[in-house]
Design a protein around this ligand. Structure first.
Ligand SMILES: *Cc1c(COP(=O)(O)O)cnc(C)c1O
Length: 303
């Protein structure tokens, strides 16, 4: 099975902020790699789907919240590559499906709802037996596609960066993408992860755990910014909305509010504060996720 991605543009962003501080900023447009299996999720699914095929599994089972990019991507990938898909969704079922779940269902995903309390226990065996026993012959992809094969896929992200760079930035939900990027860094290159959920040292610990699994030394060639989550996962404010709107208007790059909007907000704040020395080249990895923005229409417009 060959998993295809379109060519990935590296788009230069040039505005008063980058000019004033004398840095070069590029955006790696993973959001354009596939219409539905967008962004870093394609990388995380790639080797998982190949493994599922190798093991002769006809079904892929995974987990996610009701607006999850990973759920949407897995459903689309199942349709494209011929797997049945099952999504275990956190929270109760609503009579009207939100755009993410509607899309997943249209791709053929079977949706199973579990309470938030049960969902918390999703990784313990009792939960698996209780919820999943009725399905057989499935291949399990963890929430967010975060496992070793997912990380292996993410080591290929930097291959599309065809300029010499000093810093590569990505947003972090599970830390799998950041780990893959760290594993692929060359000497003198640094990775910066932007944690988009609350929790002191949360991504730091996840990433250190993964790096140990890969027998990779834990060095100082990466850092994690914990101060741009705006209060927690999917928490937004008017400042973020106006930043994303302005950034899109100036550069024609749409950003999602959960991940890349917060990352880019953070990058600009750091550029303005002089974090990056003059002459440095920064690459921001745009991990896609735009399908999730529909869920913010009401808060954003106040209607
Ligand atoms: C899932 C996702 C992330 C987070 O990736 P992790 O590997 O879980 O850290 C970042 N950006 C977007 C758009 C995503 O959909």
């Amino acid at each position: 099975m060959k998993i295809q991605s379109a060519a990935i543009p590296l788009q230069m962003v040039n505005d008063t902020t980058t000019e004033k501080q004398g840095v070069r900023l590029f955006v790696l447009r993973l959001d354009l790699n596939h219409p539905d299996i967008s962004g870093n999720k394609l990388y995380k699914l790639k080797y998982n789907l190949q493994e599922a095929e190798k093991l002769g599994k006809d079904t892929v089972l995974t987990f996610g919240g009701a607006f999850s990019n990973h759920i949407a991507a897995t459903a689309a990938a199942g349709k494209e590559y011929g797997f049945k898909t099952i999504g275990i969704i956190r929270g109760e079922e609503y009579s009207e499906l939100n755009p993410t779940l509607k899309f997943a269902k249209e791709c053929g995903m079977e949706l199973i709802y579990v309470s938030r309390k049960d969902y918390k226990n999703k990784n313990i065996p009792a939960f698996s037996n209780f919820q999943i026993d009725k399905f057989s012959n499935y291949y399990l992809v963890p929430e967010g596609g975060a496992n070793e094969l997912g990380i292996k896929g993410c080591t290929e992200i930097t291959k599309s960066i065809l300029v010499d760079f000093d810093y590569v930035c990505c947003s972090c939900g599970t830390g799998a993408t950041l780990t893959g990027i760290i594993l692929s860094l060359k000497e003198n290159q640094k990775a910066i992860g932007f944690q988009i959920l609350k929790g002191e040292n949360y991504i730091k610990q996840e990433v250190e755990g993964w790096l140990r699994k890969f027998n990779h030394p834990i060095k100082d060639n990466y850092s994690i910014e914990e101060s741009y989550h705006l209060g927690g996962y999917a928490k937004v404010n008017p400042e973020l909305f106006s930043f994303v709107e302005r950034f899109n208007k100036e550069n024609e790059i749409p950003l999602d509010y959960v991940y890349e909007g917060k990352m880019m907000f953070g990058i600009y704040d750091m550029i303005e504060k002089g974090y990056f020395e003059k002459g440095k080249t920064i690459v921001a990895v745009h991990g896609g996720g735009l399908q999730g923005n529909k869920g913010f229409d009401k808060v954003r417009t106040g209607k």
